[in-house]
Design a protein around this ligand. Structure first.
Ligand SMILES: Cc1cc2nc3c(=O)[nH]c(=O)nc-3n(C[C@H](O)[C@H](O)[C@H](O)COP(=O)(O)OP(=O)(O)OC[C@H]3O[C@@H](n4cnc5c(N)ncnc54)[C@H](O)[C@@H]3O)c2cc1C
Ligand code: FES
Ligand code: FES
Length: 455
């Protein structure tokens, strides 16, 4: 049965919103408005500052998300916890205060919620807070507090997707659970926005206050979910969040872990998807050079095509009006190949690339037998570098050879000038990244992570 009223669990209590609630209202606006819960703050309204962090609960799982990007319609059936829902006696806020990890307090609810999710997920504390900015305290006291925080053991009801369709004045929002239903809706509503995680489209709801007449939410479509590693490679559902892809970056794919850990923040990776990166087809979409270099195949509802044929130009892809991206198949690198992924951005964390390079280099002894190089930020779309690749084939894997290949990048790309970097800087940076492949291989101690793009 298709449900017609948006319902979710908020801080453990069932909430059903009145008929006619606009489904593209951001969770943040609703929390601070109708719900009367002003603990969750608005800093930037574009996913950058983390002041609005709340947690999606699913059984024992906790995923921090930006309430400024998530909209009510996509949260149907979910469990949401805000800072108010931790309870007045919860130890985390007190630990932060005792460590002098809070001053004006504006960032504090978001930091507490990111930390609460982190106490369950574990891993690197720096990564856990990479999506939260504080203008007052400096991060040392915050990190010291976070290191003392422990899991409180609380769990929530597990999430089960339920088909839904919500109507509001001037808006229809569909949340199908199966691909056939999603395609039927697509055929009936060809102008509808397709919404996955909303980490690109969310800015249009949140910052630009756009409210489209029709939206089809893909996040509950079972055929678009799931991520698995098999003998031939990874298969990632188009609507599966990046956090699942990152979890599979081990073994052959381990060299991608550091790269995907710098895609947005934990909050962004809990919602953002490969389908969204392909759908936006930005020249600096970070997943795209990975998919190009590894020869990934995009599976849509109608066909399978190499990712290089899918990306057509600046924010243009080959998707037909009646097509939906279903999954991406990412082959394993050939045995013994060098796989490397490099990203330069103005900030180390929570920032899309200015220039990126992903390389798959096959060798027989020290001779390069084949090279696949894919770069982002160097033209209207992420693309392979055929001249540089040809300059590597058959040559020894030496610094001079990589330098000579780097010169060939000028034949492959005409980079753009924008606020992330000038064309000249982009070309120099790309050459440096190519040469750095040799450094990473021969002298890993010299190839330190860059933390910022020079002005
Ligand atoms: C603070 C912040 C930091 C970010 N950092 C990075 C970063 O470091 N690197 C990076 O690459 N990106 C970054 N992004 C951008 C964004 O997270 C990615 O592009 C992400 O992949 C978008 O996925 P989504 O599911 O949220 O897409 P959505 O916003 O839901 O959709 C994006 C587009 O794709 C289309 N689409 C989505 N799924 C499908 C499908 N299955 N079939 C057909 N069309 C589809 C939509 O219609 C829409 O046009 C950042 C964004 C923010 C807000
Ligand atoms: S308000 Fe800044 S991330 Fe949401
Ligand atoms: S305490 Fe003021 S912004 Fe963090």
């Amino acid at each position: 049965m298709t449900e017609t009223r948006i319902a979710f669990t908020l801080n453990g209590a069932d909430v059903t919103l009145p008929e006619g609630t606009r489904p593209t209202t951001t969770l943040l606006d609703w929390l601070r408005g109708d719900a009367g819960l002003p603990g969750t703050k608005e800093g930037c309204a574009e996913g950058d500052c983390g002041a609005c962090t709340v947690v999606l609960e699913d059984g024992a799982e906790r995923a921090p998300i930006n309430a400024c990007l998530a909209v009510l319609g996509q949260l149907h059936g979910r469990g949401i916890r805000t800072v108010e829902g931790l309870g007045a006696d919860h130890p985390l806020p007190a630990l932060l205060a005792e460590a002098d990890g809070t001053q004006c307090g504006f960032c504090t609810p978001g930091i507490v919620m990111a930390a609460w999710a982190h106490t369950r997920a574990g891993g690197d504390g720096h990564a856990a807070l990479a999506g939260n900015l504080c203008r007052c305290t400096g991060y040392r006291p915050i990190m010291e507090a976070v290191e003392r925080m422990a899991d409180d053991g609380a769990t929530a009801a597990p999430f089960a997707a339920r088909a839904a369709a919500f109507a509001a004045p001037g808006q229809a929002f569909f949340a199908p659970t199966g691909l056939a239903e999603a395609l039927a809706l697509r055929a009936a509503h060809p102008r509808a926005w397709l919404l996955a995680g909303g980490t690109d489209l969310g800015l249009r709801f949140s910052e630009h206050r756009e409210h489209p007449a029709e939206v089809i939410f893909l996040g509950n479509v079972v055929e678009l979910r799931g991520a698995e590693a098999g003998p031939r490679g990874l298969r990632i559902g188009a609507a599966e969040p990046y956090s699942s892809l990152l979890a599979l970056c081990e073994g052959d794919f381990a060299p991608l872990a550091g790269y995907f850990a710098r895609l947005g923040s934990r909050q962004i990776r809990a919602l953002g998807t490969l389908g969204g990166n392909l759908g936006t087809a930005s020249p600096i979409g970070d997943a795209l050079p990975v998919l190009l270099a590894l020869g990934a195949v995009v599976e849509t509802s109608a066909r399978r095509l190499p990712v290089g044929d899918f990306l057509l130009g600046y924010r243009r892809n080959a998707l037909a009006a009646d097509e939906i991206i279903v999954a991406v198949d990412i082959p394993r690198p050939p045995p013994g190949a060098l796989l490397a992924a490099e990203k330069l951005s103005r900030r180390h964390d929570q920032d899309i690339s200015a220039v990126s390079l992903v390389a798959v280099i096959e060798r027989a002894g020290e001779t390069i037998t084949a090279a696949r190089l894919a770069l982002g930020g160097m033209g209207p779309t992420a693309a392979r570098a055929p001249a540089a690749e040809a300059a590597l084939a058959g040559k020894p894997f030496t610094r001079d050879v990589l330098r000579a290949a780097a010169e060939k990048l000028a034949e492959d790309f005409r980079p753009m000038d924008d606020w992330r970097g000038s064309a000249a800087w982009r070309m120099r940076a790309a050459r440096g990244l190519l040469e750095r492949l040799w450094l990473r291989h021969a002298h890993p101690e010299l190839a330190a992570e860059p933390f910022a793009v020079p002005a």
